[in-house]
Design a protein around this ligand. Structure first.
Ligand SMILES: Nc1ncnc2c1ncn2[C@@H]1O[C@H](COP(=O)(O)OP(=O)(O)OP(=O)(O)O)[C@@H](O)[C@H]1O
Length: 308
């Protein structure tokens, strides 16, 4: 299937001369949730603003569902809903007027039943006659999403959708985004919260200093780069690791009570059986043992560090 968004060799230099994007290639697949991760200033907002036609590119090509975003701007833009980081709507408008107006801006015929469905999904139906200024922060965020959906886009961009949102609302928003995916909308989200990507994304792209340094299936990424740790609670504290165990990637906790063994999840052998034998030979006894897998956060931090 052809990608729904295709970006090739995209560059962006701002008027200041700063080069925010340095030759970005990216395909977004139809119907997926794609998470774009990157540290502050990496170029995430620049990239999505260019795809959405808010910022001009310097060079490169972008198509949205086959439509060139410059030559065929109106068509390309009509397929996209953008949820920006901040609300820019008139505070004196009502919720209903805002979503109706936005739909009209895209030249779509009125469809109160559709807008009602959107507002109900976002738990804003009861607030439809409220003025925006009377909404809570969480409701305002949901209104941004309702606005972005008002013209029935096929693609939804969410720029930091849950920044500064409490845990409960974050979970609600995740659920809502999953529901949108189920209804066939392709979703691209930028986020600082690795947990969000870990929870939601089908694929993850990492951007650093204007380069896409990696695009991968989330599950594959975690399998490939993930490391596991086995933690052994020692019966007697250790101050140093015996020489006989030099071949293992071992560390001791600060208090000396835990021995930590790191191993590759992809390696054919974990080395655990051999390690346990060698520990026995070195007369190191332990009580409890547990394992943990590295998180996407740890993977991300090491990627960005190495990608520089
Ligand atoms: N209008 C502008 N003029 C000059 N430089 C800009 C402009 N907008 C953004 N930049 C610079 O481009 C770089 C990328 O910014 P961008 O907002 O795309 O990053 P980001 O990855 O979205 O960051 P954040 O996570 O902090 O939102 C930054 O160094 C920023 O300072």
């Amino acid at each position: 299937m052809s990608p729904i968004i295709s970006v090739s060799n995209l560059t962006k230099s701002y008027a200041s001369g700063f080069q925010a994007l340095k030759g970005v290639d990216l395909d977004v697949r139809r119907g997926e949730i794609f998470a774009l991760l990157g540290p502050n200033g990496a170029g995430k907002t620049t990239l999505i603003s260019i795809i959405c036609g808010i910022v001009n590119r310097t060079s490169g090509d972008i198509t949205v569902d086959g439509h060139d975003i410059l030559k065929d701007y109106r068509k390309a833009r009509s397929l996209i809903g953008l949820v920006p980081q901040e609300l820019t709507t008139d505070a004196f408008e009502s919720v209903w007027a805002t979503v109706s107006f936005t739909r009209g801006l895209f030249g779509k015929a009125p469809d109160p039943a559709y807008l009602e469905k959107v507002l109900r999904t976002l738990s804003l139906w009861d607030k439809r006659d409220e003025k925006i200024m009377a909404l809570s922060g969480g409701m305002k965020r949901r209104l941004l999403i309702a606005k972005a959906l008002s013209h029935e886009p096929k693609i939804l961009f969410l720029d930091e959708p849950t920044a500064g949102v409490d845990v409960e609302l974050r979970r609600d928003m995740w659920q809502m985004v999953r529901g949108l995916k189920d209804s066939g909308v392709t979703i691209i989200l930028t986020t600082h919260y690795i947990e969000e990507a870990e929870e939601m994304a089908d694929r993850v792209g990492v951007i650093s200093e204007g380069h896409i340094i990696l695009v991968e299936d989330k599950a594959e990424l975690m399998r490939k780069l993930g490391r596991k740790e086995m933690r052994l609670q020692l019966r007697n504290p250790l101050s140093e690791i015996p020489r006989s165990l030099d071949n293992y990637d071992l560390a001791i906790s600060d208090d000396g009570n835990t021995l930590i063994y790191s191993y590759d999840t992809q390696a054919e052998r974990t080395g655990i059986t051999r390690l346990l034998k060698d520990l026995d030979a070195a007369e190191i006894r332990f009580g409890d043992l547990d394992t943990r897998q590295s998180s996407l956060e740890e993977i991300f931090v090491s990627l960005v560090r190495n990608g520089k």
